[in-house]
Design a protein around this ligand. Structure first.
Ligand code: KIV
Length: 268
């Protein structure tokens, strides 16, 4: 299926026609240009930028100001893909009024076309309903929700036993009722993700959730191999850019130290 601009109704059509949806994280202008050129459907300005770009231990310290700064940069490089801004910890959990205001900042000040919120507790469901009623498109996110890292006791696969799987299935259905347009399923068994995907009419996007979701999402830095740190099992690294970059930087350093750069060729 081809289209000049990805819209929310188009994503639903992709699910209906069995056409897989691609989503990747983008935190800056050059990455947005690259992903858009490759025809990635959804560009997620994930709060993972706290760990990937800002060196935080987890996503909890990320602020609205940081998210908006990166969302604006992504907006400049993206024409076709749908831009989704990830609402950081406590930007939506205090009360619905505050949540609508912050979701609105992603749209009005950041240039995002939708926002993503983690969780499906009763208060979060209510908040999501209020944001949707305010006219802002919302993507849900359940399973391994990194903003709940302390409650989960680490970044652990969720929904492994029947009881917790049922809670996730119920949460997914309630989120759809509240009006979300798509749902991220993170760190759940493949058969549970398949069950949820079959029961929803909105698309699911899996990360560490097996092959049966309507689409897949990864952190772009992980798939490009841009870090020296070990990756979780679900990450497929399609390139190893870290050693290439390190080698280029080492070559530059060596040539400067030896007086080889800049040579005549690079001198006015
Ligand atoms: O912040 C993020 O990058 C995410 C994806 C991993 C889904 O939420």
């Amino acid at each position: 299926m081809s289209v000049n601009k990805i819209t929310i109704p188009f994503l639903r059509k992709m699910k209906q026609e069995g056409c897989k949806i691609t989503m990747l994280t983008a935190y800056d202008y050059p990455t947005a240009l690259l992903l858009d050129k490759a025809g990635i459907d959804i560009l997620l300005v994930g709060d993972s930028l706290g760990m990937v770009m800002l060196g935080y231990e987890n996503t909890l310290p990320v602020t609205m100001k940081e998210m908006l700064h990166h969302t604006r940069a992504v907006k400049k490089g993206c024409r076709r893909g749908l831009i989704v801004g990830d609402m950081p910890f406590l930007s939506f959990n205090v009360d619905s009024k505050n949540a609508i205001k912050n979701a609105g900042r992603f749209i009005k000040n950041g240039g995002a076309e939708a926002v993503k919120l983690e969780g499906a507790t009763e208060p979060i469901l209510k908040t999501i309903q209020s944001i949707v009623e305010a006219g802002i498109a919302v993507m849900g996110h359940i399973g391994l929700t990194p903003q709940m890292v302390h409650q989960m006791g680490g970044f652990k696969v969720q929904g492994k036993d029947a009881g917790s799987a049922d809670i996730l299935i119920e949460g997914a259905k309630r989120l759809e009722e509240m009006g979300i347009f798509a749902l991220v399923l993170e760190g759940v068994p493949g058969n549970l993700a398949q069950k949820i995907t079959r029961q929803l009419s909105i698309p699911t996007l899996g990360i560490g959730a097996g092959p049966h979701c309507d689409g897949q999402v990864l952190v772009t830095h992980d798939l490009l191999g841009l870090s020296e740190f070990p990756k979780p099992k679900f990450v497929k690294q399609y390139a190893s850019l870290y050693p290439l970059m390190l080698s280029a930087i080492n070559s530059y350093k060596q040539e400067v130290l030896e007086g080889k750069f800049p040579s005549k060729e690079y001198t006015y």
